[in-house]
Write a protein that binds this ligand. Sequence first.
Ligand SMILES: C[S@@+](CC[C@H](N)C(=O)[O-])C[C@H]1O[C@@H](n2cnc3c(N)ncnc32)[C@H](O)[C@@H]1O
Length: 478
Amino acid sequence: MAASSVPLHNVGGCFSYPRREREYHHGRGWSPPPRARYPFRPINASVETPFPLFQPPPLQQSPSQLEPADPDFYKIGYVRSMRAYGIEFKEGPDGFGVYASKDVEPLRRARVIMEIPLELMLTIRQKQPWMFFPDVVPIGHPIFDIINSTNPETDWDLRLACLLLYAFDRDDNFWQLYGDFLPSADECTSLLLATEDDLSELQDPGLASTMRNKQQRALEFWEKNWHSGVPLKIKRLARDAERFIWAVSIAQSRCINMQVRIGALVQDANMLIPYADMLNHSFQPNCFLHWRFKDRMVEVMINAGQRIKKGDEMTINYLNGQQNHMLMQRYGFSSAVNPWDLIPFSGNAHIHLDSFLSVFNISGLPEEYYHNSQLADNGDNFVDGAVIAAARTLPTWSDGDVPPIPSIERKAVKELQEECRQMLAQFPTTSEQDQKFLDSMPEARRTLGTAIKCRLHRKLFMEKVIQALDIYQERILF
Ligand SMILES: C[S@@+](CC[C@H](N)C(=O)[O-])C[C@H]1O[C@@H](n2cnc3c(N)ncnc32)[C@H](O)[C@@H]1O
């Protein structure tokens, strides 16, 4: 369990002594349980960082003339814990996740559920000159030269991986302990760690080839910077390529980009934020992250107006508006109900947009389609992200108030369904076979499971579009 902590009050560079009765003391330092396969190693979120923000000045006068400061005073700025309110961390089908430990009534203002101080994070400015907050890299360390050799535009993940490996190697660094709670190479879903067989199971040559190139890029970076002549302090950070590629996977799947203000400096940063990186993704998230400038904390907050039930998963949206293949490339997961997924229709058939939307009670513009479930018939839960995606991806027409002509509309529906069926027929396996395969191998490698789920999700999406078109025909035309 984390030790009690002293909050920092550093506003505009001047430190004020924290009063003990402040609201901070209602919270408790917290540490998650270890991953099941790891031996338990207690984690202490309030470890001392090696870069105190405040150092006591050397005593000039005789100690007898001076009043000793409270010992806590010397801890200001480098003993801060993560704090969690009303949540717990649990391991489920998608690895660790964050869950509500009590009901939360909807509030008019967003509510804080986690506070993570800057000292526990690993961050790099997105642009040159490279700046690290906290500043863990000493001047002259060769890891800086490696980071400095990266392409500023494209290599944020390589820089973050170097920083992470460096933090693991630094005595008393928080990440040495937190590292025990990160997924190992076997547990990581990132396709950077996929074998050639796993990639072929994607049944998507384009995605497989993209991932091969990404694996090659990480490997070449390691070969270039971890050759036999490098000093031991570099060599030991990643003795083999797998270790480096794992670090890149962790960087890619857990990095959060944020604009942070530190003193007068506002900057875009790539950030590894412990504990907040345990939040899983949802397309309809109930939480978001916020940088709290006054005391340099990332806050995880529940959306204003959000009702939460005990046991609900707390989620954030990792990448808005992205198709499954983008989620797969970066995070190693996909969804059958991704509202942004697309199907490459190539025929000439088009259906009437407004009619399709009204049948499913979808309103708004394509960028923000919204399903009004209160208008739906009782118990109708057919409309999900896949139907929203169908509204975006189906070829449609619209011409003022001109209504569809039933016979032409029906013909268009049939053609679109046929195109979906042809696309489905091109896969070597059906969705039922994929599902059986997944059910029969619960202990399979994570990357193999990820690949099979991805192809299954693609098929389920197309099947749902076929079903949606059936319902559309029934409801609009008769
Ligand atoms: C930032 S981490 C979240 C914490 C992670 N579950 C863990 O065990 O540490 C991102 C990873 O969580 C998993 N993940 C997050 N959201 C998911 C989702 N909606 N479906 C499936 N897997 C998800 C993926 O493996 C992804 O690479």
